[in-house]
Design a protein around this ligand. Structure first.
Ligand SMILES: *Cc1c(COP(=O)(O)O)cnc(C)c1O
Length: 400
């Protein structure tokens, strides 16, 4: 996945454009910048990439999720349905707005189970947030139907799935609003950065203003601009946008390399009958950022994970035992360890986490291994890796 592995002259050239004129900020200073508008140009590029009407760059993927929710009016006391398997950013972004994250089970797609979503809907539910984890997607048709039926906002976190598609539409562009991260370990990177994408011009205008202190961006005198509503600062800098501008041009190349490497690994381990691959919904094509598969049980998954590490197979994650991506280890959320007081409404709204179990999620995450696909591997390295992986899996299964 990581774009930082392939980093060079293109990125340097774009950053040097910014350094040459010294305008590190994306707004204003028109006279000094010699025509360089890196954030604006990257937004235009991304509109093409995602076949979407509007793109608002922000400072991170987490900011993108908060800005997307805020732009569509999600706030205090609203319930947002989200999956048990995702990065902690998902609930952070919801909590930041005083809204309540409602965690529900995932299925064999490793993303939101539509049946679990339907069961979790209450009169307070405002939005459903799908997270397209590890390069693939949920059953988007089913989720879209649920959102339409119950008049809910549909948000798509595609931070880990840039380049994937569903019914030929880019992931991130299917729901009402989509979110991307360009942090250092994502498929394309800005160093730090993120984007909100939408076809809704009202949401876009809100995102544009909200992420820059409420500035309405009318005219070319920042001090004289109006503030139609309250905002925050989630701006991306020109330096970060410049890096992203070079990287986004290489996205097709990155996806092609991921696909080649993914297929070599997949072919090798698909010969093992008890290995089952994560389900990709009909009409979907992965971004090939990760290879995900299920082993027969938790113990075998733990054994394979250990054996991978001992045999030099790095970056294969057993998320069941991971602190950052699965509900099992989110003690700080369950016990509400906050630096500052949390509103009574949110405190009460999170109480369910003390007793709720997620058996279905445990069943899938416990048996899942998720292997990052790197861009820097040579064909020979991937082949060697494939042989080693198959050997480790077979040995663990035979010894169990
Ligand atoms: C990386 C990531 C984020 C957050 O992105 P940052 O840019 O690191 O804030 C959000 N959601 C998912 C699924 C991610 O993988």
């Amino acid at each position: 996945m990581p774009g930082f592995e392939l980093f060079g002259d293109l990125e340097r050239k774009e950053v040097n454009d910014v350094l040459d004129n010294g305008v590190l900020m994306r707004y204003g200073f028109d006279g000094m910048r010699n025509g360089h508008w890196k954030a604006k140009t990257l937004e235009k590029e991304l509109e093409n990439t995602f076949k979407t009407n509007h793109v608002q760059l922000v400072s991170s993927g987490t900011a993108a999720v908060s800005v997307a929710l805020a732009s569509a009016g999600v706030g205090a006391g609203d319930e947002v349905i989200m999956p048990t398997f995702t990065f902690v950013a998902s609930f952070e972004a919801i909590l930041m707005l005083g809204a309540i994250p409602v965690l529900v089970d995932i299925d064999d797609t490793l993303t939101l189970d539509p049946k679990a979503v339907e069961v979790a809907i209450t009169s307070k539910t405002k939005a459903v947030m799908v997270v397209q984890m590890c390069g693939s997607m949920a059953n988007m048709n089913a989720l879209q139907t649920i959102c339409e039926t119950h008049d809910l906002l549909f948000i798509e976190d595609a931070c880990q799935a840039i380049g994937g598609t569903y019914n030929n539409k880019p992931l991130g562009s299917i729901a009402d609003l989509g979110c991307f991260s360009f942090d250092f370990v994502k498929t394309i990177t800005c160093g730090e950065g993120g984007a909100v994408i939408t076809n809704n011009s009202e949401y876009y205008k809100n995102a544009d203003h909200y992420s820059d202190h409420g500035h309405d961006h009318v005219g070319n005198d920042r001090g004289a601009e109006n503030h139609p509503f309250l905002g925050y600062n989630f701006r991306i800098s020109e330096l970060h946008a410049a890096v992203g501008l070079a990287q986004v041009k290489r996205l097709p190349e990155f996806i092609a390399i991921q696909k080649r490497n993914y297929n070599i690994l997949r072919d090798a381990i698909s010969e093992i009958p008890s290995v089952i691959f994560r389900k990709v919904p009909e009409g979907g094509e992965e971004s090939y950022a990760f290879l995900n598969f299920f082993l027969p049980d938790l113990e075998i998954a733990r054994m394979v994970s250990k054996s991978f590490k001992e045999n030099g197979i790095d970056a294969c994650f057993h998320y069941y035992d991971n602190n950052w991506h699965y509900v099992r280890k989110w003690e700080h959320l369950k016990t509400q360890k906050s630096l500052y007081p949390i509103s009574a409404e949110v405190r009460k709204g999170l109480e369910y986490l003390n007793t709720k179990t997620f058996k279905q999620s445990d069943h899938f995450i416990g048996r899942n291994l998720s292997c990052l696909i790197k861009l820097s591997w040579s064909k020979e390295e991937v082949r060697q890796r494939a042989v080693t992986m198959a050997k480790c899996i077979k040995m663990a299964i035979n010894n169990s």
